[in-house]
Write a new protein. Sequence first.
Length: 327
Amino acid sequence: MKTLFLSLLISTLLSFSLSKELCNSNDKKALLQIKKDFGDPYLLASWKADTDCCKAWYQVECDSTTNRIISLTIFAGNLSGQIPAAVGDLPYLQTLVFRKLTDVTGPVQPAIAKLVHLNFLRLDRLNLTGTVPDFLSRLKNLTFLDLSFNGLSGSIPSSLALLPNLGTLHLDRNKLTGSIPESFGTFKGSLPGLYLSHNQLTGEIPASLGNVDFSVIDLSRNKIVGDASMLFGLNKTTQNVYLSRNMLEFSLSKVAFPSGLENLDISHNKIFGSIPPQMTQIPLQSLNVSYNRLCGQIPVGGKLQRFDYSTYFHNRCLCGAPLANCK
């Protein structure tokens, strides 16, 4: 009889343990509110009140120790409306991704400022409008910020440079105006990836950006003027520089390129001078210097003759293979 009782007790406890919901009730409430605010879409069909959000909910991840929601990723589906304020009620969230949801509109949700543990924020390929909010500078743990492919306007807040751990910043393909903040040359952390292309930025590149060792910098398709030579340097580890379709005007002759530079596009500017012989020593995978005001012979060697004529054409008086021979 005693053995039977112990067996029933163990079975009951085991059953209770297996049936106990892991998901924090406040987190679950916030997620259900997000689903409701989006109009109960099919994309979130797995979010059911009678199931465990840590076990069965698609696009949700819980911490294995605390069982608090640490990641919310909603990707490529039919959602409409603004990003719900309830995202700010997930206090342990580290990753927040809304992407490829073209009917998600409105501003960057202010409640995101409450997510002090957030280190990865991606709100791209939506239809967001308004400005790049200053409150993002309060998210001190951010290492990755992507607001690309939206309809954001206004200027870039200089306060983003206060983010001490930011490694990648995507603000490309918006409608941003004004100049690149001077503060971007004084980032508290390292910023190997800066993407500002396909906007309406004006003015000169701040000289302070010469202090930053970017891995990738993309300023193409803006209205930026003046000098860009400070972005280069023998002591830098930069691999990718994209500056095409601006109004940059400086001499290429004296530019010292990073020894590991792989991709360079400075086409459709007003760059003058000649191509430095040092470029024969660089492991270039792609190059475009077309539609500028360059002159002189294309240096022979390295990979410079492996590119076709379209790499070099429409310059003032550039010559030599793969263009016509110099006279």
